[in-house]
Design a protein around this ligand. Sequence first.
Ligand code: MN
Length: 189
Amino acid sequence: MSHNTYRRKRDFSRTPEPEGGRVRSHDRPVFVIQKHDASTLHYDFRLEVDGVLASWAVPKGPSTDPRKKRLAIRTEDHPLDYADFEGTIPEGQYGAGTVMIWDRGTYENITDSNGRVKQARKALKDGHFLVRLKGEKIRGGYALQRIEEGKQEQWLLIKMDDDDADARCNPVSTGRSLDEIEEQDHDQS
Ligand code: MN
């Protein structure tokens, strides 16, 4: 896996996004969820797999309710550095709009294959990837299930029914606002 598509879509003389280059991994793979106020507000869900961030755009963001299946559109792999990125992508650039880190942490691959853990890369390829997230807002098991293959893969992101499942809380209604980040960016420039 590489992030050539990621690079091809961006002009790094204009966007503050990282070019990539960090190859060293953490002890545990990381995940990040970035709230992205692009032409359509969405949440970018990213999981470290083999040195890159496998990525999905989740229009409604993650739910903690196992009954709510959230559409997750697979997007290009992003470089690991992207897990630290917050900022405003300027007008005219791919993904123009403000990006904030909404949640971040580590995760464990819990995809089962006959009693053993299936390799994350294989789970992605097979379209069935189970993870246990350890973030600030989002914790516990989530299932990623591919429902449509092709150029733009569609997946579902579903909370697994465990101790961290909670049908009453709505995690996407909290957090630092995008306006605050935009203002702070303006203050710095
Ligand atoms: Mn995005």
